[in-house]
Design a protein around this ligand. Structure first.
Ligand SMILES: [Zn+2]
Length: 192
């Protein structure tokens, strides 16, 4: 087995692992339960320009805020104004891009729903997307390595089946000239 075959096999195995992993990999997927009036938050540490995809699904209506750290700290005073994002919904799906580096808070509040409200929280799934893209790219690369290997393999090795009658260098019957002394081994008329 050639080195490139082993390499491409290895790449296929890694790429399949990445693709499988990307479908299941999500470190941040859980359900939160709220009584009426309850507020819960998730802190995200993001770099400037970094995006986070967020999906929330509630059993009933909830209010969702995204705040920076200073706004979040002012919630204690009952102040919800100045949030970067506000929506009252039972189904939220968005991509949040951090305007600057820092800690951002995803704040979920059960303002109106009596009894218990459950919200399934899902974020950070873009990590899985990176895994999927790397897996697919690696798979394509492994195919290219395999194709390169097959094409190379088709070049048949030269067989030195005779010697030059002029200088004695090992040559192939299919050659027209001796590479050593340029002696004509066969004319154009006696092909095949
Ligand atoms: Zn020769």
């Amino acid at each position: 087995m050639s080195v490139s075959k082993i390499l491409s096999l290895l790449m296929v195995l890694i790429s399949i692992s990445l693709i499988v992993l990307s479908g299941t990999y999500n470190p941040h997927n859980y359900v939160m339960t709220f009584s009426r009036g309850e507020i819960k938050s998730v802190a995200l540490n993001l770099r400037a320009g970094e995006s986070e995809s967020i999906t929330l699904k509630g059993t009933d209506t909830f209010t969702f805020y995204i705040m920076n750290e200073s706004k979040y700290n002012s919630i204690e005073n009952g102040n919800f104004t100045g949030s970067l994002y506000v929506n009252t919904t039972s189904d939220e799906s968005l991509v949040f891009t951090a305007p600057g580096s820092g800690v951002y808070y995803l704040v979920i509040a059960n303002v109106n729903t009596p009894g218990f409200l459950q919200v399934s929280v899902d974020y950070g799934s873009h990590n899985g997307m990176y895994l999927l893209i790397s897996g697919v790219l690696l798979f394509v690369a492994s195919i290219l390595v395999l194709v390169y290997d097959i094409l190379n393999f088709k070049q048949e090795p030269v067989s030195f089946d005779t010697v030059c009658p002029n200088c004695g260098t090992k040559v192939s019957k299919s050659w027209h000239y001796c590479p050593n002394c340029r002696y004509i081994l066969k004319g154009d008329d006696d092909e095949q």
